[in-house]
Design a protein around this ligand. Structure first.
Ligand SMILES: C[S@@+](CC[C@H](N)C(=O)[O-])C[C@H]1O[C@@H](n2cnc3c(N)ncnc32)[C@H](O)[C@@H]1O
Length: 184
């Protein structure tokens, strides 16, 4: 059995630049923000977004208790507005789609705002940088988000971007992920 989270971070680590700027587009409980904070180091910066105050509270508590460098900005806003806060370029962006574990499942990422945010993230991406997008087909909106991303990302010019997808094909409801790399 694959450890998908480990695999995602192994691939992402090849693209995150020490001292660079990264974005966590779905902060949630803060685990990805924490990972990005460590990966860019004290001279880098992480911007993290969520629409739920609870996510900011949990993330702030996690970052403070784990002794992370103060290299992050937590933003209570939808990720589709990223261009209002981040000018780029970014070396890494993470979308862990879906709902906040242990909270209201109705507050989930939705196709229209996810699409706007992914397009903005691609605009911000530096050469050699990478977006990691994790889809959760085990719930209806998550399934549709994944299908939408398949269609959207397959259109990207292969001279400019390398887009891949990692999926366990005999477990249809297992999470899977896309990697969007802007070619150097
Ligand atoms: C699966 S969780 C993220 C897990 C998180 N990355 C972690 O490491 O714990 C998805 C999060 O996306 C948030 N979310 C939903 N819609 C959003 C939006 N439009 N903009 C930003 N975050 C959103 C939810 O509130 C939820 O906290």
């Amino acid at each position: 059995m694959f450890n998908l989270n480990k695999l995602q971070k192994t691939i992402l680590a090849e693209h995150v630049r020490h001292g660079g700027t990264a974005v966590d587009f779905t902060m949630g409980n803060g685990h990805d923000t924490r990972w990005l904070s460590d990966a860019v180091g004290p001279t880098g910066h992480v911007y993290a977004f969520d629409v739920q105050p609870l996510a900011l509270e949990r993330t702030r508590a996690l970052l403070q208790s784990s002794g992370c460098a103060p290299n992050y900005t937590l933003i209570l806003d939808s990720h589709e507005n990223v261009l209002d806060y981040v000018t780029g370029p970014i070396c890494a962006g993470v979308f862990n789609l879906g709902y906040l574990p242990g909270s209201n499942k109705q507050v989930t990422t939705m196709r229209p705002s996810t699409l706007k945010a992914v397009r903005a993230a691609v605009q911000l991406l530096d050469r050699g940088g990478m977006l990691l997008i994790v889809a959760y087909p085990g719930h209806p909106e998550g399934k549709d988000e994944g299908l939408m991303l398949d269609e959207e990302l397959a259109k990207y010019d292969r001279k400019q971007f390398t887009v891949s997808k990692f999926r366990i094909i005999n477990s249809p409801t297992a999470p899977y992920f896309f990697c969007v790399v802007k070619n150097p």
